[in-house]
Design a protein around this ligand. Structure first.
Ligand code: FES
Length: 104
């Protein structure tokens, strides 16, 4: 049975300042605010051992801190070389002011 996992409070995620989040049984996660809308992706870059929350958010793009690759925050698609493999993007639900995803 799937269940909602609470990651962090919506109020803690500022536009342009992604937040690292952890949930049991899940890989490291990144929570973003893009113009007031919340998105969640895997935090680990698919090119190397970098946490995207250490990178730079520009609108709906997250740039990896290591080699300049980037991803689309809304879809997880790889945007810029050397990133070629998408990161996982999770459907988000807001529950009592908390950012939640459903554990697959
Ligand atoms: Fe992210 Fe290389 S580790 S671009």
């Amino acid at each position: 049975m799937s269940k909602n996992l609470r990651l962090c409070e919506v109020a803690d995620v500022k536009d342009g300042e992604p937040v690292a989040a952890f949930a049991e049984g899940m890989p490291a996660l990144a929570v973003y605010n893009v113009d007031g809308e919340i998105f969640v992706t895997d935090n680990l870059c698919t090119h190397g051992n970098a946490m995207l929350t250490d990178g730079y958010q520009d609108g709906d793009v997250i740039e990896c801190p290591f080699h300049g690759g980037s991803f689309d925050i809304k879809t997880g698609a790889a945007n810029a070389f050397p990133c070629q493999v998408a990161i996982v993007s999770y459907p988000v639900e807001i529950e009592d002011g908390w950012v939640c995803i459903t554990k697959p």
